[in-house]
Design a protein around this ligand. Structure first.
Ligand code: AMP
Length: 142
């Protein structure tokens, strides 16, 4: 299974915020949309940064708490690691485990197609494994 299959199933809606938005706005957007990450995109819709609930945790723990007056661009992760539609679920899981993050934007020829979370990938892997086990059981019993 590949990232394009996951996006076909869950849809390609990506939650973004402007670079000049405050951290508080980013937090409100994540809460309202029930997501753990927002992308910051440029005028061409290309991701220039990512900001996640883990970043909020770090800011708060570090005493950096004036969320209404801190811009998201000053605290986002700028070097965004991305996948492409042909990236396999296993490759994406390995990448996320190795690099210790849980969100992967998917781009094709510079076009943002969507974002997959580690939860989406684990769910897809589990469904695949369950289906494989079921067909093996049927094969053995037939
Ligand atoms: P997460 O586990 O996704 O909440 O993110 C953990 C840390 O990695 C945070 O500092 C994020 O800003 C950063 N991060 C999340 N996803 C990515 C990504 N695809 N590329 C680069 N950094 C990321």
């Amino acid at each position: 299974m590949r990232l394009k299959d996951i996006l076909a199933h869950k849809g390609g809606a990506t939650i973004t915020v402007p670079a000049k938005a405050s951290v508080a706005e980013a937090i409100r957007t994540m809460a309202e949309k029930r997501v753990g990450a927002v992308l910051i995109t440029d005028a061409g819709d290309c991701p220039v940064g990512i900001f996640t609930e883990r970043d909020v945790l770090r800011l708060y723990a570090g005493g950096d708490r004036d969320f209404e007056h801190i811009t998201v661009e000053s605290r986002m992760t700028c070097s965004v690691v991305v996948g492409n539609p042909e990236t396999s679920v296993d490759e994406a899981l390995a990448l996320m485990t190795e690099r210790r993050f849980r969100h992967l934007p998917v781009l094709h020829d510079g076009e943002l197609l969507g974002i997959v979370s580690i939860g989406d990938l684990v769910k897809a892997r589990l469904e695949e494994t369950t289906a494989e086990a079921q067909s093996l059981r049927q094969y053995i019993l037939s």
